[in-house]
Design a protein around this ligand. Sequence first.
Ligand SMILES: *[C@@H]1O[C@H](CO)[C@@H](O)[C@H](O)[C@H]1NC(C)=O
Ligand SMILES: *[C@@H]1O[C@H](CO)[C@@H](O)[C@H](O)[C@H]1NC(C)=O
Ligand SMILES: *[C@@H]1O[C@H](CO)[C@@H](O)[C@H](O)[C@H]1NC(C)=O
Length: 961
Amino acid sequence: MALFSFFVSLCLLLPSSLAIYQPASLTFSSTEGGLRLGGTGSGPTIVIDGQDWSGVTRAGNDLASDFGLVTGTKGKVVTAPIGLSNTPVIIAGTIGKSLLIDGLISSGKLDVSVIKGKWESFSSQLVSNPVEGVPSALVLAGSDKRGTIFALYDISEQIGVSPWYWWADVPPKKKTEIYAMNIKKTQGPPSVKYRGIFLNDEAPALSNWVNANYGKYDSRFYAKVFELLLRLRANYLWPAMWSAKFYVDDTKSGPLADEYGIVMGTSHTEPLARADKEKVKPWDWKSNQSGLKKYMQDGISRAKNWETLWTMGMRGDGDTSSPTLDASTLLSVIQYQQSILKSGLGVSDLSNVPQMWCVYKEVGGYYQKGMDIPKDITILWSDDNSGNVQRLPVPSEVSRPGNAGVYYHFDYVGDPRNYKWINTIQLSKTWQQMYLTHQKNATQIWIVNVGDLKPLEIPISHFLDMAYDISKFSTADSTDPWLKAWASREFGAEVADTTAEAMATYGKLIIRRKYELLNMSPFMLSTVNYDEAENVLSEWDALLKETQKVYDSLDSTTQIPFFEMVLHPIMAGGIVQRVYINAARNAAYAKQKRMSTNVLAADVKAAYAQDSVVQKRYHSLLNGKWNHMMDQIHFGYNNWQDPSSNTMPSVQTIGTTAPSTGIMGVSVQNSAASTPGDAAPALSAIDPYTPENRTIDIYARGSGTVDFTVTPNAAYIRVTPSSGTITYPSGTSDIRATISVDWSAVPSGSSKVDIAIKPSKGNAVTLSLPVNNLAVPSDFKGYVESNGAIAMEMRHFTSRTPGSNGANVDVIPNYGRTDSGLTLMPITAGTQTTSTGPKAQYAFYAFSSSSSAKVSVYVPPSFNVNPSSPLKYAISLDDGPITTVNPTPSSTLGSMPSGWSESVINGARIVTSTLGKVEPGKHVLNLWLLEPGTVVHRLVVDLGGVKSSYLGPPESSKVGY
Ligand SMILES: *[C@@H]1O[C@H](CO)[C@@H](O)[C@H](O)[C@H]1NC(C)=O
Ligand SMILES: *[C@@H]1O[C@H](CO)[C@@H](O)[C@H](O)[C@H]1NC(C)=O
Ligand SMILES: *[C@@H]1O[C@H](CO)[C@@H](O)[C@H](O)[C@H]1NC(C)=O
């Protein structure tokens, strides 16, 4: 859809622009045929016709001061081309609104044929002798008001002023020289026509902050939001609505939005530019039609002179369904609304009047019943509030003149639980859902619920950049390059890779479960199998360590935005994880009578206390600029709604009376037993391909000191450390010993080794370790079974085969809960079959045999966006029968597919199919993705050894890669 054309001759040779994905037209040193625009001691004169839109002049003034932020010398805006000798000149204007621009066009000096008449497009080029006495000027011509505004802000971003310079304190990049290159570039129209955000569920954080800084949601606050949106090349806003009435709270806000160039909308539950809080009572079409009609008419007369995208339809009071509405009544409401729009706006038809009807919650049920929605109204499909788009245009809907759009969520209040504290968005998932949305032609409106706005800077930027130019996001691996470009703009190229990697890792850690859901009972991570809980904690710790290093490398002004957007979520989020994971470990250790139960209890308390320290740190940045932005309660949820205060999970402590079986206790992975006392558990078997280390925990179960030795009865087994001392309360209370094997000395086949752990006082423990000396053939490439399980990450296929029509299965890096996703591309390839469609193959080597092997396929909680072409994959083992699966149960619009709640809580659906009999030897698992939008993000083959855990077994060993 996007018609971007770039006539860029030099840009490959020149340093890349600071602007994300915007072709460079500026450089910071003298360039052949270029024009110096500003630098230390001189700023440009920006000529903007006095007759042009005042919003263009306003943005011009922003650009003039942005030069000051970057070079120390501001530019200035003038309304006529006089007094321009000895100053760099930028001429900016809107075609048809600027005499200067129109004059350059008619004199043949400026060719705007590529952009003329298009939506929000602009050209940027040097023009010689544009006016008397000016040898050369940079000319920015907009096809319309926002086209010109975007051209001006494009220069701001390129010189080094981030759209987030105020909202996230990104420091302007200092420059001494700024030159325009002698190139012509054109941009636009954007891929999505109306692109914006919804400030919602704004209490407590945003509202408290607004009250402290502005007293209410007034036009000074909105001016900051409008400017941010325009700098992000967005154009559309749903204002805060729970504690605010946009047009009423400050009567300057409505006209100001129009002046800036922001298209105002209202949320799905607020028809015709009226606020929820203005609703007449009773809010009921049946009993108070005259009251409701007046409310709607008044909305039109109030906003009719300002650029508005009208919200059509209605719902019940307070974001709920209305008991007296049904499909036919709602249709008559919409017909009435269209009639008053015509009369109120004085137009005979509405084809040029943007209108939106949001198919949200129960409204979907009405549509499903066959509502014949007027074709000039944009159907705004919504996600499930958890980032999974429910429905997209089907073939019978794609030719509607009003087209379609999507209402998406980065923040939500409701089922299964609120998430409005900090950023919990996996960008690769946003990519997958919104790219699908674009390819299914829902391109009229993209609006995303951003809660308080502030902690969601990164997902907002990503979403709006996709909406502006989807062509930069046309491959499944487009997210990480975007993150790098984003990090480079905000913090500098030196830390772009590490920052991008940190945020990509954060996405995987957080898609597993949102913070508010971590305390669900039972706790999801296994404290027993695969060391899962500890491993997840280590992942968070490692991420924090790397991110802290990046932070430490930055100058102090750049540290501030880095803290706000990157370090804070990783640090604060990591604390919540630590609190819950260690609380679960504390309970498990208490059962084992480990004295370190008390250490974990103290750790939970310390981490919980650290939470408010980190909150204070955020709130005290820049003398309290963002005080209140972290006011959201985030501990202790027990239903969807916020609790009234944070509460720490309960932890146990244990006294020091040692069990009669002695002070020393021993536990091993994959068992909850504590021995002596419990029967000594067998260690899980080890073979050369076991992905996890085998370990033995030796720990104090009372006060005192015990020395111990660990002695295997085979020379090829080594345990490190082989002896030690455990002491409680002061000293080392727990020692983890790791088993290693000298495979060259192990007898072939299966054997058993005894490992004796002898304390200086108390009972000895002998553990039995099964050792399997196995080997795959030297030419084998693929995964290798260990202990009856093969866990595969999608990007490690052994081969893939394109479909006969060119479709393929492509990797989405950093997708899903552990590693990567696999999806069908391109989306336009349509439904595939197993005979001609693309497939991926995952070779594996089995040592066990199983008569009833199973494969678990991990998929995201996606919806069947086209109910008659549901998501679909097929799987087979070797040349065996092919099983075709629709992973998402069918559902009707307005209701959720079965298992929905569990799937969004877990960030995955796990669908298990039978593979049947598996003999030892080489095998190939074949996976076809048969419907665009289908993603798989993990495969686990169970030959009888898979233990219960949340994420599944650790990835199996691979050979031959
Ligand atoms: C309709 O709403 C108006 C405005 O709130 C109210 O004054 C009026 O009493 C309502 N009418 C009925 C019939 O309830
Ligand atoms: C989307 O729109 C394009 C351009 O109008 C059209 O060629 C294409 O067939 C549409 N795609 C779908 C899925 O309808
Ligand atoms: C296993 O232990 C070794 C040696 O301590 C360590 O380097 C490695 O990272 C461990 N591997 C896992 C999966 O924990």
